[in-house]
Design a protein around this ligand. Structure first.
Ligand SMILES: NC(=O)c1ccc[n+]([C@@H]2O[C@H](COP(=O)([O-])OP(=O)(O)OC[C@H]3O[C@@H](n4cnc5c(N)ncnc54)[C@H](OP(=O)(O)O)[C@@H]3O)[C@@H](O)[C@H]2O)c1
Ligand SMILES: [Zn+2]
Length: 364
C-alpha cells in the first residue's frame, strides 16, 4: 500500500474509532464517526454520533471546526444523510463547506439515503472515494444494516451451560451454572442490546431481572413472548422503575383473561402466531438494531428456525450436571443427516475465571 493510501486508512480508522464511542447509544441510528482535514492534510475537526436526536457525526465535526474546511477532505464511515430527520441533512453541510474530497466506507442501507448523497456530492463537484475500510465498517454497523435490509432486529442468542452441555437440572434448577464473573460480564454485554427476550416459562421459572444493573440508561427493553399468557401476578419484570417491559402474546392460543395479572406500566402487544419472527419485526419497527435472546431451549430453537439469530454467545462452566433428561440449550431440530446440522464459524474464545466464553457466528 502506498504512503498516501496508508494515511487515508489511518484517518478512516480514526473515524471508525470515533463511531465506536456511540456503540451502546446510537440505536436506532447507525454508529458514525467523521474526521475533517484542511487542504494541507492537517486534522482540523472530528465528531461522532452519540444518540438519536443529537447531531450526526458530520454535523458535530462541522461545529467543532477550528479552521476553514475549504479545499479540505472528510472521512466518514457511512454515507452522509440527505433527508431531513430529527436533524438537518449532512450532505448540504458538506457541499456548502467547500470540502473537495470525501472518503466514505459504505453506502447507507437506509432507502431514503442509499447512494443519493454520493450522487449529490459528485454533482457538486466533490471527489467521492467509496470503500475505504469497508470490512470494518460493515462489522461496526452490522446490526443497523441487518435491520434496514431485513426489517428484523439482529439477534444474538446467549446461554450458559455445564461442560456436559446442560443448562439446568431436570427439575428446572439452574442457579448458578456459571461463576460470578461470567454473570456480571453478561450484565455488561446486555448494554450492547436494545432489547432482551425471554419466553413465558423462563419468566415463571427464573423470575429474572434482565437488566445491565445500571450500566446502561435507559436499560434495554425487556420482552416476554408467551403463547399462554399464563404469567405470574408477581414478577421482577413487572417493576417498571428499573426498565421497561413488554409482553407479546400469541392471540391464537392465549387466555386473554390472564391480562389482568399484568400491571398497567407493562406494555402488551398481541401477534397472530407463535412465530418468533414477529417479535423480531416488532422490535425492528421500534428501532431495536440488536436484540439478545436469553430464552430457554424451546423458544431458542424456534428463534433459530425462523432466522432470528445471527450470532451466539455461550458460557461453559467446568461442571457436570448429568442426567438423560436434564435441559439442553436446544430442542430437536429434526436433523436426519450430518450435512444438515448447524455449523459455527468466526469463534472468539476467552477464559472468564474457570468459565469459557465463546462468541460465534453461523458458517455461510
Ligand atoms: N442456562 C441458561 O442459559 C438458560 C437461559 C434461559 C432459560 N433457561 C432455563 O430454561 C427453562 C425454560 O425453558 P423454555 O424452553 O421453556 O424457555 P422459555 O424461554 O420460557 O421459552 C418457552 C416459552 O416461550 C413461549 N413461546 C412463545 N413462542 C414460542 C415458540 N414458538 N416456541 C416455544 N415457546 C414459545 C412459551 O411461553 P408460555 O409458556 O408462557 O406460553 C413457552 O413456554 C427454565 O428452567 C430456565 O431456567 C436457562
Ligand atoms: Zn447526517
Amino acid at each position: 500500500m502506498s504512503e498516501i493510501n496508508l494515511s487515508h486508512t489511518k484517518w478512516m480508522k480514526r473515524a471508525l474509532f470515533l463511531a465506536s464511542l456511540g456503540n451502546n447509544t446510537t440505536s436506532p441510528n447507525p454508529r458514525v464517526g467523521s474526521v475533517i482535514l484542511d487542504k494541507n492534510g492537517n486534522l482540523i475537526s472530528e465528531g461522532f454520533h452519540y444518540k438519536a436526536g443529537m447531531p450526526h457525526a458530520e454535523a458535530m465535526a462541522f461545529s467543532n471546526l477550528k479552521k476553514d474546511a475549504k479545499g479540505g477532505s472528510m472521512y466518514v464511515n457511512l454515507e452522509p444523510c440527505c433527508h431531513q430527520g430529527k436533524t438537518p441533512p449532512c450532505v448540504d453541510k458538506v457541499i456548502s463547506s467547500g470540502i473537495r474530497k470525501v472518503y466514505i466506507s459504505i453506502q447507507d442501507p437506509d432507502k431514503r439515503v442509499s447512494g443519493k448523497s454520493i450522487k449529490l456530492l459528485k454533482e457538486a463537484g466533490i471527489q467521492v472515494h467509496l470503500g475505504l475500510c469497508e470490512k470494518e465498517s460493515l462489522e461496526l454497523n452490522k446490526a443497523f444494516i441487518h435491520r434496514n435490509i431485513t426489517q428484523k432486529s439482529f439477534g444474538v442468542l446467549k446461554w450458559a451451560m455445564s461442560i456436559d452441555g446442560r443448562i439446568g437440572l431436570k427439575n428446572g434448577k439452574s442457579k448458578w451454572i456459571t461463576n460470578e464473573e461470567s454473570r456480571s460480564l453478561v450484565h455488561s454485554f446486555r448494554a450492547e442490546f436494545d432489547a432482551i427476550i425471554i419466553g413465558g416459562n423462563t419468566l415463571r421459572k427464573d423470575n429474572p431481572l434482565l437488566t445491565t444493573r445500571g450500566l446502561k440508561y435507559p436499560e434495554p427493553l425487556r420482552v416476554v413472548f408467551t403463547k399462554s399468557l399464563d404469567l405470574p401476578l408477581k414478577s421482577n419484570l413487572w417493576d417498571c422503575s428499573k426498565a421497561k417491559t413488554i409482553v407479546i402474546y400469541d392471540s391464537s392460543t392465549a387466555n386473554e383473561s390472564y391480562l389482568t395479572r399484568i400491571p398497567k406500566c407493562v406494555e402488551v402487544e398481541k401477534v397472530s402466531s407463535d412465530n418468533p419472527e414477529l417479535i423480531s419485526k416488532i422490535l425492528a419497527k421500534r428501532g431495536c438494531n440488536k436484540v439478545l435472546w436469553e430464552c430457554g431451549p424451546r423458544l431458542a430453537t424456534a428463534a433459530m428456525q425462523s432466522n432470528c439469530v445471527q450470532e451466539i454467545i455461550t458460557f461453559i462452566a467446568p461442571k457436570i450436571l448429568g442426567g438423560e433428561t436434564s435441559m439442553n440449550p436446544f430442542g430437536d431440530f429434526e436433523f436426519a443427516e450430518m450435512n444438515e446440522i448447524i455449523k459455527l464459524s468466526d469463534l472468539r474464545v476467552s477464559l472468564i475465571g474457570n468459565d469459557i466464553c465463546i462468541k460465534s457466528s453461523f458458517e455461510n
